[in-house]
Ligand binder design. Structure first.
Ligand code: BES
Ligand code: MN
Ligand code: ZN
Length: 501
């Protein structure tokens, strides 16, 4: 995968050599002087003639015609150094790796030290490189008969850096773990509902627990009934597939305190139930377990990096189906914490399963809760498809989540939870709550509903209905599942500071 070397060897044979180039002035000095010399100053001339561009994310390819070991030089523009950010660095690497992959390159050398600046040292660059490498070269295999044919894959990267090898190596493997965990989440989301049932998801979690030594609890239907998770059970009622409540525990501290609960919506397919979706709206609803995937992906990363934190992951998993047994509008159900709920819309099922999952996370000692869910079309109306919607009952906790999101390069924006919208959730003639108080601001009322179950526990809700999938490819991945919030959650846990009450 990664091979680390100190001194740039221009004679070493590679399919390519990658360098980064800042704009204005574009200099082949210092590190790059010997490279330019090998071409009698031609690289400098190619910049002048405009054949090599240092504009942000522009990629220039120069054939070396046998003058040096690598067959081609790939120059990736980094833009103006003053305006450079970590996010741009990661995206530039992503775009580059996609280009290499499209050019059927199987290996390449990268001169890491050309990507350093005042803001970013070799560790930063190595992290960005390896995370981008995993993310940008991801591909969902799919189920075409022909996809079994061997395809050329970019597999080996030789990284040249003068910086301390231990640090660079550590950053390479951490960045790669973040990328890989995200890719696992993407694959879960891309997998169709017939191939990823609640039972399959539980089996996947079981394997993860075995690999990383997590404590595991999988509640089956009888146990879910015994615990009185009436909201979760109602959603499963019409299904031929049994529900699973999946719990993974990672203990990184001596004592089970300051516990972070990560709760992920795990609806393996959402038909809408009797409040049925349209034939256009139902397509793609295999992705309704994007929250669960992000939580499982984050747990994989945590299993790799093993921070000194305590985490309990809780995933309520079922599909939302129709049958003679299915729950219906007007039904009144009783959640695990005793609150009764009037069902006004069976398509507002995510908040129902999350209600019991949040309660259960508290039973497992969660002192802080972050839930992630493909919860509402409303969040797409409000924020579009590039920004995750957040709601909270605790600003300091939200600040930590937001900080992690910014570092991960995942856009997030907060929506308000005012008393007026909480009131709408509490407005029922027959029950404590209703699950669908109307479409005005429905991302917000969905969040408010879950907040009724978080109660006093500091809690952040993340609505990823818009961001869990992408219709277009982008620098760090192909169209399809994005694995959004996987890296944010893992970073949030890694950096988490308990909050004084
Ligand atoms: N899973 C959907 C939300 C969704 C919509 C996810 C589009 C991904 C893309 C959720 O269960 C749902 O159906 N929400 C309803 C809520 C409504 C009935 C209050 C919605 O957004 O329309
Ligand atoms: Mn729904
Ligand atoms: Zn749903």
């Amino acid at each position: 995968m990664f091979q680390l070397k100190q001194d740039l060897e221009l004679t070493a044979e590679h399919q390519g050599l990658v360098i980064g180039l800042f704009e204005k002035p574009e200099k082949f000095s210092g590190n790059l002087a010997s490279l330019d010399q090998a071409f009698e100053g031609q690289l400098t001339k190619l910049v002048k003639s405009g054949d090599i561009s240092a504009k942000l994310k522009s990629i220039s390819k120069v054939h070396t015609l046998g003058k040096i070991g690598p067959k081609r030089i790939w120059i990736i523009g980094l833009g103006k150094e003053k305006e450079f950010t970590f996010d741009k660095l990661r995206q530039a690497f992503g775009k580059l790796f996609k280009e290499l992959k499209n050019n059927k390159q199987e290996e390449t050398a990268i001169y890491l030290d050309t990507f350093l600046s005042e803001k970013h040292d070799a560790s930063d660059a190595a992290y960005a490189l390896s995370e981008a490498f995993a993310l940008a070269t991801y591909q969902f295999e799919g189920y075409r008969q022909k996809s079994n044919e061997p395809e050329k894959r970019l597999e080996t990267l030789t990284v040249y850096s003068q910086a301390a090898a231990e640090e660079v190596e550590a950053s390479l493997s951490i960045g790669y773990a973040f990328g890989k965990g995200t890719n696992s989440a993407r694959t879960l989301v891309n997998t169709p509902g017939n191939m990823l049932t609640a039972t399959d998801m539980a089996n996947y979690a079981t394997e993860l627990a075995a690999k990383y030594n997590f404590e595991l609890e999988i509640l089956d239907k009888a146990e879910i009934e015994k615990l009185g998770m009436g909201a979760f059970l109602a959603v499963n009622q019409g299904s031929a597939e049994p529900p699973k409540m999946i719990v993974l525990k990672y203990q990184g501290k001596d004592e089970w305190k300051d516990v972070i609960g990560l709760v992920g919506k795990g609806i393996t397919f959402d038909t809408g139930g009797y409040s049925i979706k349209t034939k256009a709206g139902i397509v793609g609803m295999k992705t309704d377990m994007g929250g669960a995937a992000a939580v499982l992906g984050a747990m994989e990363i945590l299993g790799e990096i093993r921070p000194e934190q305590n985490v309990v992951a809780v995933i309520p998993s079922t599909d939302n189906m129709i049958s003679g047994n299915a729950f219906k509008p007007d039904d009144v159900i009783t959640s695990m914490n005793g609150k009764t709920i009037e069902v006004l819309n069976t398509d507002a099922e995510g908040r129902l399963v999350l209600a019991d999952a949040v309660t259960y996370a508290k039973h497992h000692g969660a002192n802080y809760i972050v839930d992630v869910a493909t919860l509402t079309g409303g969040v797409i109306t409000a924020l579009g498809v590039n920004t995750t919607g957040a709601m909270t009952n605790h600003e300091p906790l939200y600040e930590q989540v937001l900080e992690a999101a910014m570092e991960a390069g995942e856009q997030m924006w907060q929506l308000p939870l005012f008393e007026s919208e909480k009131e709408r959730v509490r407005n029922s003639k027959v029950a404590d709550l209703n699950n669908s108080p109307g479409s005005e601001g429905h991302a917000i009322v969905a969040g408010a509903f879950i907040g009724e179950f978080a109660e006093e526990t500091p809690w952040v809700h993340l609505d990823i209905a818009g961001t869990a999938t992408s219709t277009k490819e982008y620098d760090l991945g192909p169209a399809g599942a994005t694995g959004v919030m996987t890296r944010t959650l893992a970073l949030f846990v890694e950096r988490f500071e308990p909050i004084e009450k």
